[in-house]
Ligand binder design. Structure first.
Ligand SMILES: C[S@@+](CC[C@H](N)C(=O)[O-])C[C@H]1O[C@@H](n2cnc3c(N)ncnc32)[C@H](O)[C@@H]1O
Length: 293
């Protein structure tokens, strides 16, 4: 099913649960996201509390949900620290978050007090987030929302309409979205980002590398969902694009960027002293930082 035909992203909720489960528990002093839990509904918080208390529930389906949030917490703690460090190192007056989901940075990072933030997301996911947020004020200097289905809409037009200024340098953040798009959608989005990036702009992109084991695990989950054995966040949001670092580098160069850094999340996790249960997901998840020539 293409994103335009489905409801709000459930993987966005899963990663938010991961951040709520990791908050001040994993890599304390380096990672915290106290806002994540506020964006979750009561029924979505139950499993977060179980993970925080390390009390796995009985029952196959509940246990699977518990393990998914526990593993996700390991991944998002490392991924968030890598991205927040990159944001801190290269500030720009504009930040565009592509496929923002339940990202909390505009409410969480004091350094964004001088930054105009635009959150881009699929209309269904963005609508859901805005209901969850209510009237919580952001820390960011300004916060704008651009509802865009990257599979069908023109990112350029939506950003023009939202007030993004292509002449002013921008930090682009693309976290946890690339795998859900087709290769053609990834290329089209990157080209639009390149066109709208003033010299010196930076792009922080998180992507997944090919892994037979990870693909097999997700396929099993999809089959379990189809058979009605288990409801999962990932079943309706299949991975479409996995890229090697060389392939990602080539796409970035094609869009006018040079690679500044590209690191896998296992390395980040080790640096943070995390004792991870999600080694494979960490090894195959990467954060690249690219700079516009
Ligand atoms: C796993 S969530 C990641 C959310 C957020 N970046 C994070 O890391 O917490 C995937 C996000 O990609 C977005 N997404 C997937 N396909 C999309 C599309 N065609 N157009 C716009 N957004 C899309 C979903 O709406 C969702 O917010």
């Amino acid at each position: 099913m293409r994103p335009s035909e489905r409801a709000a992203s459930r993987t966005a909720v899963l990663v938010c649960q991961g951040r709520a489960a990791a908050d001040r528990r994993l890599a304390p002093g380096r990672f915290s996201d106290p806002i994540a839990v506020d964006l979750l509904r009561a029924d979505e918080r139950t499993v977060v509390e179980q993970v925080r208390a390390a009390t796995p529930p009985a029952g196959w389906s509940e246990r699977a949900a518990y393990e998914a949030v526990r593993a996700c917490a390991d991944v998002v703690a490392a991924r968030t620290v890598a991205i927040d460090d990159a944001l801190h190192d290269r500030p720009h007056p504009q930040l565009v978050i592509l496929g923002a989901g339940l990202d909390t940075r505009a409410w969480r990072l004091p350094q964004l007090a001088d930054v105009d933030v635009t959150e881009v997301d699929h209309p269904a996911s963005q609508g859901d987030k805005r209901v969850r947020l209510g009237d919580r004020p952001p820390i960011a200097r300004t916060l704008r929302f651009a509802a865009v289905d990257l599979a069908v809409d023109e990112l350029d037009e939506a950003l023009d309409a939202s007030g993004h200024d292509a002449e002013v340098s921008t930090t682009w953040l693309w976290e946890g979205v690339v795998p859900y798009l087709t290769r053609e959608e990834v290329v089209r989005t990157l080209r639009a980002v390149g066109r709208r990036s003033a010299r010196g702009s930076s792009l922080i992109v998180n992507y997944q590398t090919p892994s037979l084991r990870a693909r097999f695990g997700r396929r099993l989950t999809e089959i379990a969902a189809v058979l009605g054995l288990q409801e999962t966040a990932t079943a309706n949001e299949p991975w479409r694009t996995l890229l090697t670092p060389a392939q990602m580098a080539s796409l970035l160069v094609d869009a006018g960027f040079g690679i500044h850094a590209d690191e896998d999340l296992l390395a980040v996790s080790r640096r943070l002293g995390l004792d991870s249960t999600a080694r494979i997901s960490l090894q195959n998840g990467r954060v690249a930082v690219a700079l516009r020539h």
